[in-house]
Structures are given as structure tokens and as C-alpha cells.
Design a protein around this ligand. Structure first.
Ligand SMILES: Cc1cc2nc3c(=O)[nH]c(=O)nc-3n(C[C@H](O)[C@H](O)[C@H](O)COP(=O)(O)OP(=O)(O)OC[C@H]3O[C@@H](n4cnc5c(N)ncnc54)[C@H](O)[C@@H]3O)c2cc1C
Length: 399
């Protein structure tokens, strides 16, 4: 039996997907006074949003509009974290340099026109006094700590709690309704001001439907994102207990090769070449290291990047061994106990920070249905900014 809920009112919206992108849209509508219903097919958010590092990490974004989007998101995270009582830490981030070519790349970035916006160089003694767990160096291909790029803007949030806590906050504060364990099979455009979201048991009619399906491609919405360039990427991750006080987000030279903020620097090819020689197989497996520490002291450690589908249904121990080998160059491996291993999948567009499509899979114009996704490895960093911008366009506040 299917119930029909013709919300009728002009200010109703249905959001599909309770990952961080869906929650960000729900928040942006709710704070404007709209009545919001979120429909999620799992019993709780279980996908990329709960499998990540919990790093809100503007330093990884290129210095174009994406950095602005990341900083906007950061402000909203802080506001919601304070209002909702979410665990978070204004931790900042170190890019550790253990080789002269890594130091050169960081210095090149900092000397650029916009470098000062990102952060500052700190010498090895300062880094180790602020983050005593960081190793002075292991020699050989591990190198010796020369210093680090310090960026103060980064936040740590708890990826295992954040989505559930934000959902609870949205319900409590704004009356947002959640339909858990409910799959959306279709979204029908009724007119240019009305749409109906179809589940097995309900038809929800509203002014807008925003579909935020993450990397799922087993339905038409995901297929539309894929048709516009979304590529799926699978990552392997670890969780470890430790007594090491890390506190800050940490990464080292390998990470310079992976993020847009460093992509155009003249010194980067030398770093890439050295890693290809000294750390064979790492580039092929897409391995680079990020480490975040949570409120209970545990570390999330990753990651690898796999693009070839179908993804294998099992995790590769050799990848974990490579991740931990490199980890040991900047934090002591004998100081941790690995307690969990998992994988996660995100959808990513090769050039755009994210995709925003209408019901036919084209970028515009803004009508009653919007499909938003493909924030790649930066969804936690960008989502609240994406939600604000998209909703402003939908309701006609922005072009
Ligand atoms: C291992 C890993 C580490 C990462 N680390 C970071 C990090 O530290 N910092 C950072 O900024 N980003 C990080 N990311 C990226 C970030 O996690 C993602 O970009 C973000 O979580 C994507 O959010 P989403 O809401 O689009 O997708 P998801 O979290 O996948 O949520 C989509 C939701 O939609 C639901 N859904 C799909 N189809 C339907 C349907 N038909 N009906 C109802 N519900 C549906 C799904 O069940 C799911 O809950 C990481 C990603 C991974 C995988």
C-alpha cells in the first residue's frame, strides 16, 4: 500500500541520501525555514561519510574557488559543531618534509603570491615540540625531518558520529524528518514548481527534491552522475590504538604528489621521480599517507586509491603493509596497535569540485530536481559550502 503525501506547501523539500552532502543540503534548507524530509536507504549513514578520516582539510584544495568553498564549509562545520555539541578539534595540519626536495616544494608554495594564505614553514624542533610523536627521521629513504608546512585552518571531526549527530540536531532544532531504511526508486518532475519522490511505500510531493546519492551507481541518479564524468575510487583504511599524542592532522612527502594545492609546482617532478625509485609500487596503488587522531586517541591511517571496476570484494594485505611501512617513516609503528581495517568508495569528477545536475543530467537550469555529488576525497571538507551554494541557487538567492 502506497501512501501519498502531497505536502502541497511551497516550502517543502525532500533530500535523498543522509551522507554529508545530503545533510548539508538539509541544513541549508532548514535554516531558511523550509520543511525538510531526508530519505536514506540504509538504517544509518554507512557509506563514505562514516568511512573517512574526519579531516576538514582546506590545505588540500587548489587555491582557486575550491579553497573559498572549503573555508566556507569550515565555518559552517564550526557553527554546527558548537550548536549540536559535536566532537571536533581545531587541530591544524602538518605536511612533514623529510627530504630537501620536499622542503623545496613547500617553500615554493609558500613563496608564491597566495602562499601566505595557506600557512607557514616551521622548523623540525618546532614541529616536534608541537607534535612530540613525530619522528626525527629514520634515515635512508625515510630521510630526516627538516620541518613542515603548518596550516592552521584544519578541523578534526568524528566520521563515525558526525552524520548521526547532525541528523539528530537537524531533527531537534529544525524538525527535519528522516525516513531511514527507505530506498528512493524514482523522482518525477510534476511541473516547474513541483516534484514527487517515489519509495516502495510513499509518494512525497514537494517544491524541490535534492538527490545526493554519493558513489552509488545502481540507480538512474548515480548513472546520470557517471554519465557526466563521475569516476568511482576505492580506498583502504586502518584504525589504530596508540598512546602517541598526535593531535594535528599529519601527512608527509607522498601526499604532496596527490593534492591539487601542489599540482603546479616546479619542484614536484623531482619528488615524484624519487618516490617512483625509492618507493616502488606506491604510485600504482595510489598510496599516500594521511593520519588523523580522534577524541578517544585512536588514529585513522590511510590510504590507497583503486579505480578499476568491478572492485574486488576483499581487502589487500599488501596495500596495508605498504601504508604502514611509509607511516613508520614519520610516526613509530611500534607505538600503535591496528584494531580495524575497512574500505570506502567515493565518486569524483576529474576536474570539477563536484557535480550539480538537473533531472536530465545537464548542469542547468535550476528546476525542481537537483542531483548533487562527486565531491571526491574532499566531501567532508567541501559539503557545507556546496549545500549553501546549491540551495541559494535553487531558491533564487544566487545566480
Ligand atoms: C576512505 C575515505 C576517506 C575519506 N577521507 C576524507 C576526509 O578525511 N576529508 C574529506 O573532506 N573527505 C574525505 N573523503 C570523502 C568524503 O567522505 C566523501 O566525499 C563524502 O562523504 C561523500 O558524501 P555523500 O553524501 O556524497 O556520499 P555518501 O556518504 O556515500 O552518502 C550517500 C548516501 O545516499 C544514500 N543513497 C544512495 N542512493 C539512494 C537511494 N536511491 N535512496 C535513498 N538513499 C540513497 C546512500 O545510502 C548513502 O547513505 C573520504 C572518502 C573515503 C571513501
Amino acid at each position: 500500500m502506497i501512501s501519498v503525501q502531497n505536502f502541497g506547501a511551497e516550502n517543502r523539500v525532500v533530500v535523498v541520501g543522509a551522507g554529508i552532502v545530503g545533510l548539508a543540503h538539509a541544513y541549508a534548507f532548514a535554516r531558511r525555514g523550509w520543511a525538510v524530509t531526508v530519505v536514506e536507504r540504509d538504517l544509518a549513514a554507512m557509506s563514505a561519510t562514516v568511512r573517512n578520516f574526519g579531516m576538514v582539510w582546506p590545505v588540500g584544495q587548489p587555491l582557486d574557488d575550491r579553497r573559498g568553498l572549503a573555508l566556507e564549509s569550515r565555518e559552517i562545520w564550526l557553527k554546527i559543531a558548537r550548536e549540536a555539541g559535536l566532537w571536533h578539534r581545531e587541530c591544524g595540519s602538518f605536511h612533514l618534509a623529510y627530504h630537501a626536495d620536499e622542503t623545496a616544494v613547500i617553500q615554493e608554495l609558500l613563496a608564491s603570491e597566495t602562499g601566505a594564505q595557506i600557512g607557514e614553514w616551521q622548523d623540525a624542533d618546532t614541529v616536534r615540540s608541537r607534535c612530540p610523536g613525530v619522528r626525527a627521521g629514520t634515515g635512508g629513504r625515510g630521510g630526516k625531518l627538516e620541518g613542515a608546512l603548518w596550516s592552521p585552518w584544519e578541523l578534526a571531526v568524528d566520521p563515525r558520529r558526525a552524520a548521526a549527530d547532525i541528523a539528530e540536531y537537524l531533527h531537534r532544532e529544525f524538525g527535519v524528518e528522516f525516513r531511514w531504511g527507505t530506498s528512493v526508486s524514482d523522482v518525477i518532475v510534476e511541473s516547474d514548481r513541483s516534484t514527487t519522490v517515489v519509495t516502495a511505500t510513499e509518494r512525497l510531493t514537494a517544491r524541490f527534491a535534492v538527490i545526493c546519492p554519493g558513489s552509488a551507481t545502481d540507480h538512474g541518479f548515480g548513472k546520470l552522475l557517471a554519465s557526466q564524468g563521475m569516476r568511482r575510487c576505492r580506498l583502504q583504511m586502518l584504525r589504530a590504538k596508540t598512546a602517541i599524542p598526535v593531535g594535528k592532522h599529519l601527512c608527509a612527502g607522498l601526499t604532496l604528489l596527490h593534492y591539487g594545492s601542489f599540482a603546479d609546482l616546479n619542484g614536484l617532478p623531482a619528488v615524484r621521480q624519487r618516490y617512483a625509485t625509492e618507493w616502488p609500487g606506491y604510485a600504482e596503488a595510489g598510496i599516500h599517507l594521511l593520519v588523523s587522531q580522534h577524541g578517544d586517541g585512536t588514529l585513522t591511517i590511510g590510504d590507497s586509491h583503486e579505480y578499476e571496476e568491478p572492485f574486488r570484494p576483499y581487502l589487500r594485505e599488501s596495500i596495508f603493509a605498504m601504508i604502514l611501512d611509509y607511516f613508520n617513516t614519520f610516526l613509530p609503528i611500534d607505538g600503535i596497535e591496528v584494531v580495524e581495517r575497512w574500505d570506502g568508495v567515493y565518486g569524483k569528477h576529474p576536474n570539477l569540485p563536484y557535480l550539480s545536475l538537473d533531472h536530465e543530467g545537464t548542469p542547468g537550469p535550476y528546476g525542481p530536481v537537483r542531483i548533487v555529488g562527486s565531491a571526491g576525497g574532499a566531501g567532508m571538507t567541501l559539503s557545507f559550502g556546496i549545500g549553501e551554494r546549491e540551495v541559494a541557487k535553487m531558491v533564487g538567492e544566487a545566480e
